[in-house]
Design a protein around this ligand. Structure first.
Ligand code: VAH
Length: 312
């Protein structure tokens, strides 16, 4: 059995779908603190789970004896700054609970996402390498950096097979994003179709590393399926698709919606968060270790987003 904790989130929703296609619906249990919005009846096995309640979690592990666990439950960067203590508690103690229980119940593999948010103002901005200074200044980024250190510790000290990816901004259409700084790159598509214009909370020159969700899900599965001896990174792998600014993204959207216009709001707290992150990522270690290669570039992603949002 595979458990996906945080199954209702932007990544979790698609990961559950993909894992169920590969392993069979009854072998993938969706777990979240709130019911999914889709109707629960024919939606495969679901469990109400709060990853901070260790006894409920222990009962879940005892019942399912999972072979794999994906922990996606977290507060993201912008929400985390509004609720720092909860963000630290959920992001850190949620992970520690899962790492402990995975050891106790001999879970074969654990997946936990880190983020480019683990880098900070003094990390190199362009082609940010796998190893460099990391001084994150958001609670989310601090929890991701600390989480990476704990994952590597549980691997080295206890032999736990835990794997991780530093996701860039993820763009998708199936499930809403969860309060991140890169969410503008999703809202812009919805507004372009609905209103022909979008009010962006990041300024025109804010370049950030991004990835289409299809690539993120495929990369996650490829990492989890790779033979353990190929995995040289037990903190978290750099991974990226492509980088762009709001201006460049708007120009690409205009290729499909000529009348589209982009406005910019005055200062927004998310600007400082974005300014502390890399502009582009060097993911050559992932390519070397387990053959990572993105399939979507900006043009292909834009086409796919607009096509799916128009028809859904
Ligand atoms: C966020 N979408 O904005 C997440 C992600 C790199 C960005 O971590 O917080």
């Amino acid at each position: 059995t595979i458990l996906v904790l945080g199954s209702n989130g932007q990544i979790g929703t698609e990961l559950v779908h993909t894992l169920r296609k590969a392993h069979g619906e009854s072998n993938v249990v969706a777990c979240d603190i709130r019911r999914p919005d889709y109707d629960i009846k024919n939606a495969g096995p679901f469990e109400f789970v709060n990853v901070l309640e260790k006894d409920t979690l222990a009962d879940l592990f005892a019942r399912y004896k999972p072979t794999q666990v994906y922990l996606l439950a977290a507060l993201l960067s912008a929400t985390g700054e509004q609720n720092p203590k909860l963000a630290w508690d959920l992001n850190m103690n949620g992970l520690l609970n899962i790492l402990d229980l995975a050891l106790t119940y001999k879970t074969a593999k654990v997946y936990w996402p880190s983020s480019i948010a683990a880098f900070g103002l003094n990390s190199p901005k362009q082609h940010t390498p796998q190893f460099c200074i990391m001084d994150p200044n958001t609670v989310y980024g601090i929890s991701k950096l600390a989480g990476e250190r704990w994952c590597e510790y549980y691997h080295q000290r206890y032999g736990l097979d835990v794997r991780s990816i530093r996701y860039p901004g993820l763009i998708s259409w199936k499930a809403a994003p969860g309060g991140g700084t890169t969410d503008y790159a999703i809202h812009i598509f919805h507004d372009a179709l609905k209103k022909g214009t979008y009010n962006c909370f990041l300024n025109a020159e804010t370049e950030l590393p991004m990835m289409y969700m299809d690539d993120a899900i495929r990369g996650t599965i490829e990492l989890m399926e790779a033979p353990a001896e190929q995995i040289s990174i037990r903190s978290s792998y750099n991974l990226t698709g492509f980088s762009f600014t709001p201006e460049v993204l708007a120009a690409e959207i205009k290729n499909h919606i000529p009348g589209f216009s982009l406005q910019y709001t005055e200062s927004d707290p998310r600007q400082a968060i974005a300014d502390s992150w890399p502009k582009s990522i060097d993911d050559s270690v992932a390519s070397k270790d387990w053959g990572w290669k993105p399939e979507f570039d900006l043009a292909k992603m834009t086409t796919d987003m607009l096509r799916n949002l128009t028809k859904s």
